[in-house]
Design a protein around this ligand. Structure first.
Ligand code: SAH
Length: 216
């Protein structure tokens, strides 16, 4: 695999970052991270030309690579600090994971339930030298109990309800950013304020592929 990052792509990425700023993304580290990650490395073959268009695109297994604005918006809501342990539910193309890794100093865990995508993306991370702490094939609905607690959890698929396990796996002060709803989702952030208490805030409408629940 030949992953290059041409001057043309870099220029398109600068334009994308400008656009995200115009759309209201303010966090400088997040903007820098989006400006650093070659999104075209994570797009499906044949769609590379659209890499720096601010839209979601199809990837394998009927899933999507998230829209850059959504990636930046969710990442900003996580309010990450150096050293934070972060769990991503829905590895997908690996683009959001790469943006988290570009923030540097984070311990990133990522879970994907589609085996085909899991295999493809885990291999891509290896080839690119990207090193999440763990890339896991499994059901993110359960979180990752053996690695909990997390300072931040990001769900990159639409949930009809908030999985309890995810709230339980937050540190005190930890943030869960999750789109909640059926057809459209409301971006929701929970901050754990105590053993049993959470602050909940909503941040407008988005549209995601569904967060799937394992059927027993
Ligand atoms: N972060 C990804 C977004 C991919 S779309 C990116 O930037 O490309 C959402 C992903 O969530 C899909 O790959 C889907 O297979 C995965 N997913 C859905 N339900 C899941 C679950 N219960 N556990 C883990 N992953 C899940």
């Amino acid at each position: 695999m030949n992953k290059t990052d041409s001057a043309k792509h870099q220029g398109q990425r600068r334009q994308l970052v400008k656009l995200l700023e115009e759309k209201g993304i303010q966090n400088k580290e997040v903007l820098t991270a989006v400006g650093t990650v070659p999104r075209h490395w994570f797009m499906d073959t044949g769609l590379e030309a659209y890499s720096y268009v601010d839209k979601a695109y199809p990837i394998a297994a009927d899933q999507t690579i998230s829209q850059p604005y959504t990636v930046a918006f969710q990442t900003q809501l996580l309010e990450l600090q150096k050293g934070d342990k972060v769990l991503e539910i829905g590895t997908g193309s690996g683009y959001q994971t790469a943006v988290l890794l570009a923030l540097e100093g984070l311990k990133v865990y990522t879970v994907e339930r589609q085996q085909q995508l899991f295999k493809k993306t885990a291999l891509l991370f290896k080839k690119l030298g990207l090193q999440p702490k763990k890339v896991i094939f499994g059901d993110g609905y359960q979180g990752l109990p053996d690695q909990a607690p997390f300072d931040a959890i990001i769900v990159t698929a639409g949930a009809t309800e908030v999985p309890k396990a995810l709230l339980e796996q937050l540190t005190i002060g930890g943030r869960l950013v999750i789109p909640v709803g059926e057809k459209d989702q409301i971006m929701t952030r929970y901050i754990r304020t105590g053993e049993k208490s959470f602050d909940r805030k909503t941040f407008g409408n988005f549209r995601f592929v569904p967060l799937l629940k394992y059927k027993n």
